[in-house]
Design a protein around this ligand. Sequence first.
Ligand code: HPA
Length: 273
Amino acid sequence: MPTQKKQINDAVSFIRTKTDSTPSVGIILGTGLGGLVGEIHIDTVIDYSEIPHFPLSTVESHKGKLIFGMLGGKKVVAMQGRFHYYEGYTMQQVTFPVRVMKFLGISTLLISNAAGGMNPHFAKGDIMMITDHINLLGDNPLIGQNDEDLGPRFPDMSEPYSRELSALAEHVALDLGIRLQKGVFVAVSGPNLETRAEYRFLRGIGADVVGMSTVPEAIVAAHMSLRTLGFSIITDECFPDALKPAELDEIIKVANATEPKLTAIMKNVVARL
Ligand code: HPA
């Protein structure tokens, strides 16, 4: 059996000793965005450290737990704490939990992150629905031998973020009276933030926001034909000609302050799936 498949099987078998839940929706919670967990009627919590082959989260603002329960009347599995490429993990490690969630039964993946806003129409504290992405990580989780049981060698990327789910999210935001921006997310490796010249470049190639996550997970989700919906919270304004120094405290503060709105959108989207 190919190694990757065996590792997925090991993780799934272990999880099956803790829960027989078959979630239909997987949720990845970004920096400062763990609050959605408070809305889940939790039945099982598993520390990442217990699960075979799961990487350990190294960033302090991430907790590292897989949470099973009910949200909006649906069975969900949520990742409280995600893995970033800049932590030194391989792209396969970063995306391993998405593979595992697929084999636990999910068909839909919701992803959130904190991002820097480069579109001048976006303000700090806005929520942007990701309509498309640009991968500037310089790496790809699908490099290496392809396991056809997981997905095709050359996966289509014409719709990495489901149009159907995006339309639903727009309806939900409208009903809740929450302004929802839309745009393109570009992923960079980090961990440093960008120079003015880099922000100018990233804006110039067609991106609206920039962040250090999400794209690996979205690529693997597309590989396995999951329906994906992604949101960025704009935590800082990255206008190259008026750039202020970015403060991590401030980024987390804005993410925390905006989170209730994103939580409301995500919960209602799940309820209406
Ligand atoms: N750049 C990259 N990642 C980020 C930023 C940024 O400005 N803000 C929040 N995450």
